[in-house]
Design a protein around this ligand. Structure first.
Ligand code: 13P
Length: 257
C-alpha cells in the first residue's frame, strides 16, 4: 500500500443505502484505475458494516469517523476499537474539529483514542488545525503543536518498527467554506507538523511511518495545488467525496501529481 492517502469523510451526509452503493461503485471503479495512492472511505458508524461488505476483497480501505479508547465496558453509545477491527477498519479519524466543537472531544481524549487505535493496529488519522480567531490572533502554530503533542502523548511512536499514522492539517475556517488558503501557509503548517513529529517520534520513525495530509474544501480545482506543497502526501475530503464522479476525479488528479 502506498503512503499517499486520499480519504473520504462522508460525515453524517448519507443514508446507509447511499453509503453502500457509493462504496460499491468506488470499489469497482478503483479496480480499473491505475494509481499508486491508497484510497479510503469513512462512512457514518451505522453504515460501517454494510460498507465493509461493499469493499470486501477490493483495494478500497474502510475507515471509521470515531472510536472510543476502551475495548469493552459500560460506555453507552460508544464504539470500541475492537469492534472497528472486527468490522475490518484499517483507519479511523481522530479529533476531527466537528467532534471537538460539538461533542466536547478534548486533546486528552484524542490522545487516549490514538493510543487505543494503535494498540489495535488501526491507523489513526489525527486532525489538527486552528479556528479563524486563532489564526487572526497569530496562534495557529501554537494550536497545531499543542493538538499534535497531546494526540501522541500516550502513543509509543519512537520505535523503529512503528505503525503508520496520518496527521491531517485541517484549518477549521476552510472546512466546508469554499474559501482559499495560501499554499505557503499549507506548506508552513506541513513543515511544522513534520518537525513536531520528528521530535515526538524521532526523525527516522516520523520519516518512515507518518503521512501528513491536507483537509478543508478540497476540490478538483485546488487539489493539485495542495499536493504540490512540500510535505503534503494526502487529502481528507468532505463535500467532494459524496459522489463517485467527484471523488474518482480527485483520485485521477492525485495520481497525476
Ligand atoms: P470539506 O471537504 O467539505 O470542506 O470537509 C473537510 C473535512 O472536514 C474533512 O474531514
Amino acid at each position: 500500500m502506498s503512503n499517499k492517502y486520499l480519504i473520504a469523510n462522508w460525515k453524517m451526509q448519507l443514508s446507509i443505502g447511499e453509503s453502500r452503493s457509493l462504496a460499491l461503485e468506488l470499489a469497482e471503479r478503483l479496480a480499473s484505475t491505475r494509481t499508486d495512492w491508497s484510497v479510503a472511505v469513512c462512512p457514518s458508524g451505522p453504515a460501517l458494516s454494510q460498507v465493509a461488505e461493499s469493499v470486501r476483497g477490493s483495494d478500497l480501505l474502510l475507515g471509521a469517523q470515531n472510536s472510543f479508547w476502551e475495548d469493552r465496558g459500560a460506555y453507552t453509545g460508544e464504539v470500541s476499537p475492537a469492534n472497528l477491527k472486527e468490522l475490518g477498519c484499517s483507519l479511523c479519524l481522530v479529533g476531527h474539529s466537528e467532534r471537538r466543537e460539538y461533542l466536547g472531544e478534548t486533546d486528552e481524549m484524542v490522545g487516549r483514542k490514538v493510543a487505543a487505535l494503535l494498540a489495535r493496529n488501526i491507523m489513526p488519522v489525527i486532525c489538527v488545525g486552528e479556528t479563524e480567531n486563532e489564526r487572526d490572533d497569530g496562534r495557529s502554530e501554537e494550536v497545531i503543536v499543542r493538538q499534535l503533542t497531546s494526540a501522541l502523548a500516550d502513543a509509543d511512536c519512537r520505535s523503529s518498527d512503528g505503525q503508520r499514522l496520518i496527521v491531517v492539517y485541517e484549518p477549521i475556517w476552510m472546512i466546508g467554506s469554499g474559501r482559499t488558503i495560501e499554499l505557503e501557509d499549507v506548506t508552513a503548517s506541513a513543515q511544522l507538523i513534520r518537525s513536531t513529529l520528528n521530535e515526538l517520534c524521532t526523525a527516522a520513525a516520523a520519516d518512515r511511518f507518518c503521512t501528513v495530509a491536507y483537509g478543508g474544501s478540497v476540490d478538483a480545482v485546488n487539489l493539485s495545488g495542495f499536493l504540490s506543497c512540500p510535505g503534503i502526501d494526502g487529502a481528507l475530503v468532505g463535500g467532494d467525496s459524496l459522489t463517485a464522479d467527484n471523488f474518482m476525479g480527485l483520485l485521477e488528479i492525485a495520481s497525476r501529481s
